[in-house]
Ligand binder design. Structure first.
Ligand SMILES: [Zn+2]
Length: 365
């Protein structure tokens, strides 16, 4: 099994400069070869592919000496990322690759493990070109190191994420229990066992504080000293929320994976939902996407099953007892209803989660 370990790193001034330079060079290589691939296609409909880019990069480094100052593996990975972006585009899984910008894109680069170039020793990590970087190692890493990703978040902190292969994870014992979960808007979700999962209150508080800081920032004039201070405050608060939310989702997903062998859930297209401009809703959407992601990899780790249900399945409107479809329930304001056919009384969300479970088990059978 593959597993990633993320640690905070504390580069010194010189290392920080080199990290920033590497971010920039990786972005440059990505954009340079994206332009080249576009140009080559325009000129004679040929594809300047990954291997052509790689060979060309070797030549380019002779002319642009500053590219030699940074980790060459990282530049290679940047080409690989570009190639993957092309592949995803051809598979119709993503739009056409976009140029990376210093402002918009996350500051990050990835490097591979070769000849023991990435090593962890007490409170330090050895990274290519950077040497020993001070690192807060919060847990023991296992398995064989594949690669490392260095990143900087918007508030300025640096991290390294080490991806390892062959990590042994003991399977969890089977419980024989199955569950359907209806993800909600007011509550985080409702299970077919009738359990209501609340959004944590501290999260709501932090979100309100973020909204307040954002309003303050919008009143500052752009480019002023005060505005950049306010921007850092917003970034820090955003980071706090991200961490709190991840923490909540990790606890919840682990608990569910322990309790149930099969978890049925709606297959939400998060990319489409995030475009929604309602803040509370969009935060929820991001949470759901992350939640499903965690459930899936934990299920794989621990030998459990996640079954996704098509969103077109009318989970709210169908009576889970007799299967009658009541289109009146489309109205979101209806929280409770009685089935006109079998007269079963339903709580909207509990009924939906039971339908999700039934449909999931039907698909599995
Ligand atoms: Zn019914």
């Amino acid at each position: 099994m593959e597993k990633a370990y993320k640690f905070r790193i504390y580069p010194n001034k010189k290392q920080e400069e080199l990290i920033q330079k590497t971010f920039g060079c990786c972005r440059f290589v990505y954009n340079y070869y994206l332009a080249k691939r576009i140009e080559s296609y325009k000129q004679d409909k040929t594809d300047f592919n990954y291997y052509a880019c790689s060979a060309d990069l070797t030549k380019l480094k002779m002319n642009l000496k500053w590219l030699k100052e940074v980790d060459s593996q990282a530049l290679g990975k940047s080409l690989k990322d570009l190639d993957n972006a092309y592949k995803n585009f051809f598979k119709h899984e993503a739009g056409f690759p976009k140029f990376k910008s210093k402002k918009r894109n996350k500051k990050t680069y990835r490097t591979s493990f070769i000849r023991n170039n990435i090593r962890i020793s007490n409170n330090n990590i050895q990274l290519p070109k950077l040497g020993l970087v001070k690192c807060k190692i919060s847990r023991q890493i296992e398995g064989r190191i594949l690669n490392a990703t260095v990143s900087q978040n918007p508030s300025g902190k640096y991290y390294v994420s080490i991806c390892c292969a062959n990590v042994e994870i003991p399977k969890l014992e089977k419980t024989g229990a199955v569950v359907g979960i209806d993800l909600g808007i007011k509550e985080f979700g409702i299970t077919s066992d009738g359990e209501h999962i609340e959004n944590p209150k501290y999260l709501r508080k932090s979100e309100m504080k973020l909204a307040k800081l954002q309003r303050k920032l919008s009143r500052k004039s752009i480019g002023s000293n005060n505005s950049s201070k306010a921007r850092i405050k917003v970034a820090r608060q955003y980071e706090k929320i991200t961490n709190q939310r991840k923490d909540f989702l990790h606890k919840l997903s682990t608990q569910l994976i322990r309790e149930y062998d099969v978890i049925c859930i709606e297959d939400l297209k998060v990319e489409n939902m995030v475009k929604n401009h309602n803040l509370a809703k969009s935060i929820n959407d991001v949470s759901w996407g992350e939640f499903v992601r965690q459930l899936q990899y934990k299920a794989e780790w621990y030998g459990k099953t996640i079954q996704k249900i098509n969103t077109f399945y009318a989970s709210s409107q169908t009576c889970n007892v007799c299967g009658y479809k009541n289109s009146e329930v489309k109205d979101l304001a209806i929280r409770e209803w009685e089935c006109p056919e079998c007269h079963a009384k339903h709580d909207r969300d509990e009924n939906a989660s039971m339908n999700i479970l039934n449909e999931g088990l039907r698909l599995l059978a």
